[in-house]
Design a protein. Structure first.
Ligand SMILES: *Cc1c(COP(=O)(O)O)cnc(C)c1O
Length: 472
């Protein structure tokens, strides 16, 4: 083990240097062919190598080529810089290497605690056992929608675990054009058929139109189908918009629908007093999927599924074969009775470390700083004649496009479609794009409290410089 101790010290230096140097490096650069090939074509080693040689290889072949999300000038997708406390915790968690399926060991109890903390941070009710950590929101959505499916089937007199979907009329769910693709994936996997996910109308702000939702539910019910689910967003991935939960929750209660909220990116925005009012009614949802590995900066991977009714979740997944019976698991049983995985990683320690390091107050300050930066970026866009803000800045995503006066809509779309990669290749900032309705746009996501106003100005300058490069 002296070998390990020396290597661990080297690793600590390597990682510390990496993190310290990140802000002064290009945000991202394409990998040179030889560097890429060194990884892609690496031959299977016949003989082993000592730990210090492995660390040297990591320092030479891996760490110089990051995705870019650790840098304060990274504005792409929804990928945050890792919280340093979470990085440290990862090493200890790996050293313990439990399976957090259940039992009486530290990791299991800590997961119960941090799931409760997460619920408390976003203001969601938390009955004991009402949630678990997952790989991300994609998996959390599968978990939540499976519970929704089970409840709808039971109310129709069918045990879907035993009978499958064939014993039921088609189950129908309601989403919007801005709903994240993970909802459709979950619906497909659960056998619902994406045809049975209706896209309801949205207002000009991109939010669910409750009147249109009601009309769609009534139409489907009259046609003999089984409406069972509505999905709302606590921060859409395109523009960061937060649905008005109150009217949707009223309708779901009246119509017996399960209300699922996708809070992957935005749920933690509730910590910022300046925008907390947007989240009113979130606590009325039946389930909430969210990602500590986004705005909180918990190192990937870490999602979380929260449900209002613990028994719905356990009733959906519980399956305890004799070789897993365990009195030590206590009344709540195993985590593996609440989700899809049996052997589960110790995600809770990096969540614990991230939250414990900052405290609720520190997390709230960081999040408020991000929404303030986003509003500032929105102002800078609006003040610039060549740029156009495409949506209200509700949380910390800024949707905009470059709009030179001499281009028509079709040329504007071509230009804005090409811009993100052109900006990325310049290496100074990193931004990504998306389509909003008929328009191609850039979207900057502010997740890093270290970002400065100068970084925001640089982003806009880089967008315009890249556009000049692209235009003949
Ligand atoms: C990231 C994201 C997802 C998917 O979550 P993963 O953690 O990537 O699986 C779903 N919805 C929204 C709004 C997101 O931002």
């Amino acid at each position: 083990m002296t070998d390990f101790r020396a290597a661990a010290h080297t690793a600590a230096d390597l990682v510390s240097d990496y993190l310290a140097e990140l802000p002064d490096r290009p945000v991202w650069q394409p990998m040179a062919g030889a560097a890429r090939a060194a990884l892609l074509d690496a031959p299977l080693p016949a003989e082993g190598r000592p730990l210090d040689e492995l660390l040297a290889a990591i320092g030479r072949d891996v760490l110089p080529y990051p995705m870019g999300n650790g840098n304060p000038r990274f504005f792409g997708w929804v990928n945050s810089a890792p919280a340093p406390a979470g990085v440290l915790a990862t090493l200890a968690a790996a050293a313990m290497n439990p399976s957090s399926a259940g039992g009486d060991h530290a990791d299991v109890h800590l997961e119960r605690a941090v799931v409760r903390w997460i619920a408390e941070l976003v203001g969601f009710p938390h009955p004991a056992g009402g949630g678990l950590l997952t790989s991300g929101t994609s998996m959390a959505t599968i978990v939540c929608l499976a519970a929704a499916r089970g409840r709808a089937a039971r109310r129709a007199g069918v045990d879907v675990r035993e009978e499958g979907l064939a014993a039921l009329p088609p189950l129908v769910g309601y989403v919007t054009g801005e709903t994240h693709s993970c909802v459709r994936k979950a619906a497909e996997l659960l056998g619902l058929g994406s045809r049975h996910l209706r896209t309801v109308a949205t207002g000009p702000d991109g939010l669910v139109d409750a009147a249109d939702l009601r009309a769609a539910v009534e139409r489907d019910r009259a046609a003999g189908l089984l409406p069972f689910l509505a999905v709302a967003s606590a921060g859409t991935v395109g523009t960061g918009a937060v649905d008005a939960f109150g009217p949707i929750a009223d309708l779901c209660a009246e119509q017996g629908l399960w209300l699922h909220v996708d809070g992957a990116y935005g749920a933690f925005g509730r910590l910022d007093p300046a925008i907390a009012h947007r989240y009113e009614g979130l606590e009325r949802a039946d389930s909430l999927a969210l990602d500590p590995h986004k705005w909180l900066g918990v190192p990937v991977d870490c999602g979380c599924a929260l449900v209002r009714d613990t028994e719905e979740l356990r009733g959906t997944f519980s399956l305890v074969p004799s070789y897993l019976r365990d009195e030590a698991a206590g009344e709540l049983g195993w985590f593996s009775e609440y989700g899809t995985e049996q052997t589960r990683p110790f995600r809770a320690l990096k969540v614990w470390a991230t939250i414990a390091h900052k405290g609720r107050t520190g997390l709230a300050q960081d999040i408020a700083r991000c929404t303030e930066l986003a509003r500032r970026l929105g102002e800078l866009v609006e003040a610039d004649e060549e740029l156009e803000l495409l949506a209200e800045v509700q949380t910390s995503i800024v949707a905009f496009r470059h709009r030179p006066a001499d281009l028509d809509e079709s040329d504007l779309n071509a230009l804005n479609r090409a811009l993100p990669v052109a900006v990325q290749r310049r290496g100074r900032v990193f931004v990504t794009g998306a389509r909003l309705g008929e328009r191609e746009m850039l979207r900057a996501c502010l997740l890093n409290a270290e970002t400065t106003e100068a970084d925001l100005r640089l982003l806009l300058a880089e967008v315009k410089a890249a556009a000049r490069d692209l235009r003949p």
